[in-house]
Write a protein that binds this ligand. Structure first.
Ligand code: PA5
Ligand code: NI
Length: 189
C-alpha cells in the first residue's frame, strides 16, 4: 500500500470516516457498562437505548514490528451521569510500543497511566498531536459537544491489552463539576 494522497482524501474531518477502511467497529455503552462510576446513570442510559460511545475505522496492516497500524478514533459527545464519554482504554500487548494521536476535531483529554502508577492527562485539540509513550495505558475522553476525532498510528505488532483496565479501571476519571472537566481520583474501582 503506497500513499501519496492529501489527508483530506483519506479522512473526513467532520465525521472521522476513513476512505475504504478494512475494518469498522462501534462500541455501545453495553460493551463497557461497568467502566463508568455511576451505575444508576449507566442503567438509565442502557434503558434509554444503549448509546454508541465511540467508533473506530481501521486499515489492516501486517502485525509486524516494522509496520504501522493506523486508524481513525471517533469518540462521540455525551456523559453518563457526570462522566464524559470515553474509550475503554488499553495497554499495548507489546509494552515497548508507543502511539501518536493527531486530533482533527473536538476537544478532550488523553488519560494515560503506567503500571507503576504514574498518571497523566493531556489536552486534545484540533491539529495537535498527543504522543503516548511506550508502556502507558491510554484512553480518550470527549469533554466537548462535538465528536472527538483523532488519526492514530502505532506499531503493527502492538496489539491491545484491555485486561487490567477492565478489571481495575484507570486511577483517574474526568467528570463535569461546576460545568468544567475535572480530573478526580477513581474511587469506584
Ligand atoms: O490503538 C488505539 O489506541 C486506538 O486505535 C484505540 O484502539 C481506539 O481509540 C479505541 O479505543 P480502545 O481500543 O481503548 O477501545
Ligand atoms: Ni493504543
Amino acid at each position: 500500500m503506497f500513499l501519496k494522497t492529501p489527508l483530506s482524501e483519506i479522512i473526513n474531518r467532520e465525521t472521522g470516516e476513513m476512505a475504504t477502511p478494512d475494518n469498522v467497529y462501534e462500541r455501545p455503552l453495553s460493551a463497557m457498562a461497568d467502566m463508568y462510576e455511576d451505575a444508576e446513570a449507566v442503567k438509565a442510559a442502557l434503558d434509554g437505548g444503549d448509546p454508541v460511545i465511540y467508533k473506530v475505522y481501521e486499515k489492516t496492516v501486517p502485525q509486524l514490528a516494522g509496520e504501522l497500524q493506523w486508524c481513525m478514533s471517533v469518540t462521540l459527545p455525551g456523559k453518563i451521569g457526570r462522566e464524559y464519554y470515553m474509550t475503554k482504554g488499553h495497554f499495548h500487548e507489546v509494552r515497548n510500543t508507543a502511539e501518536i494521536y493527531l486530533c482533527v476535531r473536538g476537544q478532550g483529554y488523553m488519560l494515560m497511566e503506567t503500571e507503576e502508577g504514574e498518571t497523566s492527562a493531556v489536552e486534545m485539540r484540533p491539529d495537535t498531536a498527543v504522543y503516548v509513550p511506550a508502556a502507558w495505558a491510554h484512553r480518550s475522553i470527549n469533554t466537548g459537544d462535538e465528536p472527538l476525532i483523532s488519526f492514530c498510528v502505532y506499531p503493527g505488532d502492538a496489539g491491545h491489552d484491555y485486561g487490567s483496565i477492565e478489571t481495575a479501571g484507570f486511577k483517574k476519571r474526568i467528570v463535569e463539576i461546576d460545568g468544567r472537566p475535572t480530573i478526580i481520583d477513581n474511587t469506584v474501582k
